[in-house]
Write a protein that binds this ligand. Structure first.
Ligand SMILES: Nc1ncnc2c1ncn2[C@@H]1O[C@H](COP(=O)(O)OP(=O)(O)OP(=O)(O)O)[C@@H](O)[C@H]1O
Ligand SMILES: [Mg+2]
Length: 510
C-alpha cells in the first residue's frame, strides 16, 4: 500500500501539556482523510508539525516513503505539502493573481510577467473547477472565494498533498457544497487531502478514511463506509452524544428587545438593513435564518453598538439604545457571543483568565477605587473555566495558545455568566466539537428557561430549527417572514431565505 504521508509516533509538547502523544497518521495517495477529535485534542498541532511550523519532540515523518525533516513551511512546500489555514493570509489590496504568485513570480527579462501569471492562475482555476477571477481584488471577494485563492496558492506552488484546517467553519451551506465538489475534483486529479472538520456529515459525505484523536492520543483509523455518525461521535468524545436538543415549550413573557424600522449602512455605505423590525420576548429564542450577506452582521452590529443606525429605534426593556457605545449597550443588559472571536471576542495576548472576565473587569469585586483585584478575578476565572470545560493548562495561559474551540467556549462562558437580559448568540457553535455543541445548546435553552431573551444567528439550519421558538427570515436587509419551527421544514426555510417565497403578510411580524 502506498502512503503519501506517514506520521509515526509523533510527540509534541507545550508547557504543561502534551498536545500530541505518540500519534500515528497514514494517508494514502488520492484519498480524503479526515482528522477528527474534540476541541483541544491536538489536530491543528499535528498538522502544524506536518507543515513545518512546529518541531516534534519525537517521531518520524515519511513523505512518499522517504524519511524527511520538515523544519519550515518552505521545506513543506518543497515536498509538495500545502496548507489552507483557517485564518487566511492574503493581502487585501492585491488581486487574487498577485497574491497567488507572491514570492514565486514568473519573470520575463528580469521583470514580473503579469500576463503569464494571470494565465497560469486561470488555468489552475479551470482545471479544478475553482471558478475564481484572477483579476479580482481580495478585499472585494467573499470569504469562500478568499479560501479558494488560498487553495490556488498551494496548487500554484505545486502542492499535491493538501491540508485543510476546518475549512467549512467559515463557509455558508452553499459554499460548503461547492468546496466538497472542489475537494473531489482535487483527488480525482491525483491529489491527497487531509481534512480537519467537526461536521460529521461532511466526513460521511466526502472522506474515504478517518483518524480519530482524543486528548492528544490516536484512537483509531476507520474506513468511512464502515462507520456512522453516532460511532464517530462517541469514539471522539468517549461517550454517547445526542444530536437532538430536548426542550419544553417556551413561556414567552414581556418584550425585551424591540426593533422598529431600523436602517443601517455597511462599511461601504450601502443600506444593508432596510426598515427592519423584530421583537424578542423574555423566555424565548428567536433564530435569524438567512443567506450570508443579507444584513445579519450589520443588524447584530447595530444592536450591540458597533455600528450606527440611520433611522428607526432599538429598544431594550423600554429604553432606547440605538447608537450608544458598545460598553453602554453591554451595561444596559446585552450579552454578545460575537461571530468573529478574534476581532471582537478575545484579547489574544492576555491570559485566558483575564479574557473570561473581560466584560466585567472594571466592576466590583474585580475593581475598587481603580485597583484591579487579580486574586478575585482569577478565582472567578477558575470557576468559569471548569464550568464551561475550557481546556487549558491553567488560567494564566494566553488566549492565543488555546485551541479554536476552547477560545469559543471561554467567550460563551463569559457572556452567559454576565446574566444579560438579552443574549445575542452569533454562530455560537462555530468550530465546536459535537460534545461542546450539545453543551452550548443546553446552556442557551437554560438561559431561555430562566426568562432571558435569546437572539440566535446561525447558518446551520439544523441549529436554527432545533433551538428556535420562532424563526425570523432575513432577506435583503428585511425580515420577510416569521415562522414557527414546528410547522415549517428546512426546504421551506431554504425557499424563504432565497427570497423565492413570501409568507402571507399577516404572519410577517408575529
Ligand atoms: N502555541 C501553543 N502554545 C501552548 N499550547 C498550545 C499551543 N498550541 C496549541 N496548544 C495546546 O495544545 C492542545 C492542542 O491544541 P490544538 O490547537 O492542536 O487542538 P485542536 O484539536 O486543533 O482543537 P480545535 O478543534 O478546538 O481547533 C491544546 O490544549 C492547546 O491549548
Ligand atoms: Mg484546531
Amino acid at each position: 500500500m502506498e502512503y503519501v504521508i506517514e506520521m509515526l509516533n509523533i510527540r509534541k509538547e507545550f508547557p504543561g501539556i502534551v498536545a500530541n502523544d505518540n500519534i500515528n497518521l497514514q494517508v494514502k495517495k488520492g484519498e480524503i482523510h479526515a482528522l477528527l477529535g474534540e476541541n483541544g485534542a491536538g489536530k491543528s498541532t499535528l498538522m502544524n508539525v506536518l507543515f513545518g511550523l512546529y518541531q516534534p519532540e519525537r517521531g518520524e515523518i515519511r513523505v512518499r516513503g522517504e524519511k524527511v525533516h520538515i523544519n519550515s513551511p518552505n521545506k513543506a512546500n518543497d515536498l509538495g505539502i500545502g496548507m489552507v489555514h483557517q485564518h487566511f493570509m492574503l493581502v487585501d489590496t492585491f488581486t487574487v493573481a498577485e497574491n497567488i504568485i507572491l514570492g514565486k513570480e514568473p519573470k520575463k527579462f528580469g521583470r514580473i510577467d503579469r500576463k503569464r501569471a494571470v494565465q497560469e492562475v486561470q488555468d489552475i482555476s479551470d482545471q479544478y473547477g475553482l471558478q475564481i477571477h484572477p483579476g479580482a481584488k481580495v478585499a472585494d471577494i467573499s470569504v469562500g472565494m478568499q479560501q479558494r485563492a488560498e487553495i490556488l496558492k498551494t496548487l500554484y506552488r505545486g502542492a499535491d498533498i493538501l491540508i485543510f484546517d476546518e475549512p467549512t467553519a467559515v463557509l455558508t451551506p452553499h459554499e460548503i457544497k461547492e468546496l466538497m465538489q472542489i475537494m473531489k475534483n482535487l483527488v480525482n486529479e491525483g491529489k491527497s487531502i487531509i481534512l480537519i472538520t467537526h461536521k460529521l456529515k461532511e466526513i460521511m459525505e466526502v472522506c474515504d478514511r478517518v483518524t480519530i484523536i482524543r486528548k492528544g492520543k490516536g484512537i483509531k483509523t476507520l474506513d468511512v463506509r464502515d462507520t456512522n455518525k453516532d460511532e464517530l461521535a462517541s469514539l471522539m468524545v468517549g461517550r454517547e452524544v445526542s444530536f437532538k436538543t430536548e426542550k419544553k415549550a417556551a413561556q414567552p413573557g414581556a418584550e425585551v428587545l424591540a426593533i422598529d424600522g431600523i436602517t443601517v449602512k455597511d462599511t461601504r455605505g450601502v443600506e444593508t438593513v432596510r426598515d427592519l423590525s423584530l421583537s424578542v420576548k423574555a423566555g424565548e429564542i428567536v433564530g435569524i435564518a438567512g443567506v450570508d450577506g443579507n444584513g445579519q452582521s450589520e443588524l447584530i452590529e447595530a444592536i450591540t453598538g458597533l455600528r450606527n443606525t440611520d433611522s428607526g429605534t432599538i429598544t431594550l426593556n423600554g429604553k432606547q439604545i440605538q447608537n450608544l457605545t458598545p460598553r453602554k449597550v453591554t451595561e444596559s443588559g446585552i450579552g454578545h457571543i460575537p461571530q468573529d472571536r478574534h476581532k471582537h471576542g478575545l484579547v489574544l495576548d492576555f491570559p485566558i483568565g483575564e479574557n473570561i472576565v473581560l466584560q466585567s473587569y472594571y466592576k466590583k469585586p474585580y475593581a475598587a477605587f481603580g485597583v484591579l483585584h487579580k486574586g478575585e478575578m482569577y478565582k472567578k476565572a477558575r470557576c468559569l473555566i471548569s464550568e464551561y470545560d475550557v481546556r487549558t493548562p491553567d488560567e494564566y495561559t494566553h488566549a492565543r495558545a488555546l485551541s479554536g474551540g476552547n477560545q469559543q467556549k471561554a467567550i460563551i462562558g463569559r457572556e452567559v455568566d454576565r446574566n444579560p437580559d438579552l443574549l445575542i448568540a452569533a454562530q455560537p457553535t462555530r468550530g465546536l466539537d459535537v460534545g461542546a455543541i450539545e453543551f452550548v445548546h443546553k446552556k442557551l435553552i437554560e438561559q431561555r428557561d430562566a426568562g432571558k431573551a435569546v437572539l440566535l444567528l446561525s447558518f446551520e439550519l439544523e441549529e436554527i430549527m432545533n433551538l428556535s421558538d420562532r424563526i425570523a427570515v432575513i432577506f435583503e436587509g428585511h425580515i420577510i417572514a416569521t415562522v414557527d419551527p414546528q410547522d415549517t421544514t428546512e426546504q421551506e426555510l431554504g425557499l424563504l431565505m432565497a427570497g423565492s417565497m413570501q409568507k402571507e403578510a399577516g404572519k410577517a411580524n408575529g
